[in-house]
Design a protein around this ligand. Structure first.
Ligand SMILES: NC(=O)c1ccc[n+]([C@@H]2O[C@H](COP(=O)([O-])OP(=O)(O)OC[C@H]3O[C@@H](n4cnc5c(N)ncnc54)[C@H](OP(=O)(O)O)[C@@H]3O)[C@@H](O)[C@H]2O)c1
Length: 253
């Protein structure tokens, strides 16, 4: 991990849940972490909270559905911090919707964050890494739903599940693209099962649903996923962890 001290990392969706935990652990390990999200107040509080740690935290307000905001964030990073070593594409959004009655705008908003935002940030990170000849790492926050369609909630998580299947494909196609062009950039996908964050509630699940879900199996904590990122970072440069699936013990999905 010493190699990563002072390296520049970007974590999208750093204002809560898994992204916040990843940002905290990376700053503790000495990285310069740029956190992107819309809730700048939460990012600013996180900066204060991390003031005495080894690394630094830089909050940037950025809506991942707005390309101009993503480009501006990368431009700031290029001019202020220089070369990017790590991008964690973590920002994600889900919405309780059906395919027979859901709205086009709900479906688009899921794809805009989970797929298009991820693609744009990835492209910009690769540009920066290539310009600086950096042996970088790109981590996509995928989901167990990127690998299976759960019978329990297929009828309401449809487009979210589809977006995560896209992430599975995008991680693998990017890995092959970079390997064929001999770019020294590694790509990893992390696919968590249920994690105790605000994502499920934000997607429209009722408290009853949540209680039932959590009572069935205690969910993972965000730090469990942050530790998976640290594991990937701890591997030598000849090792590419392509996929890590992490479930709460006992999860039935
Ligand atoms: N929780 C789970 O059970 C679980 C399981 C598997 C995978 N995941 C994945 O883990 C990732 C993180 O989710 P979480 O569980 O930690 O949920 P969360 O606490 O709701 O965090 C989501 C993060 O994404 C950001 N985000 C959402 N829309 C955004 C937008 N338009 N622009 C910029 N940032 C945006 C949010 O920031 P702002 O609202 O401040 O913009 C927030 O920081 C997601 O990709 C999710 O799909 C979660």
């Amino acid at each position: 991990m010493e190699d990563w001290i002072g390296a520049v990392a970007i974590v999208t969706g750093a204002s809560s849940g898994i992204g916040e935990a990843i940002a905290i652990e990376l700053v503790k390990k000495g990285l310069k972490v740029v956190g992107l999200a819309r809730r700048i107040d939460r990012l600013n509080n996180l900066k204060e909270h991390l003031e005495n740690e080894l690394g630094e935290f830089y909050p940037i307000k950025c809506d991942m559905t707005k390309e101009e905001e993503i480009l501006a964030a990368f431009e700031w990073i290029k001019n202020t911090l220089g070369s990017i070593a790590l991008l964690v594409n973590n920002a994600g959004y889900g919405k309780y919707t059906t395919l027979s009655e859901g709205t086009t705008s709900d479906w688009k908003s899921i794809f805009d964050v989970n797929v298009m935002g991820l693609c744009i940030a990835t492209r910009e990170a690769i540009k920066n890494m290539t310009e600086n000849n950096t042996a970088g790492l790109i981590v996509h926050m995928n989901s167990i739903f990127g690998h299976l369609v759960p019978t329990t909630c297929a009828e309401t998580e449809n487009v979210y599940i589809a977006s995560k299947y896209c992430v599975t494909a995008l991680a693998e196609t990017l890995r092959l693209e970079l390997a064929k062009s001999k770019a020294p950039i590694r790509v990893s996908s992390i696919s968590p099962g249920i994690v105790d964050t605000g994502l499920i509630a934000a997607g429209g699940f009722t408290d009853d649903h949540l209680t039932e879900l959590y009572n069935r199996v205690p969910p993972l904590k965000p730090v469990d996923i942050a530790n998976a990122v640290l594991y990937i970072l701890s591997t030598p440069r000849n090792v590419n962890v392509t996929e890590l699936t992490i479930r709460p013990a006992g999860e039935i999905l």
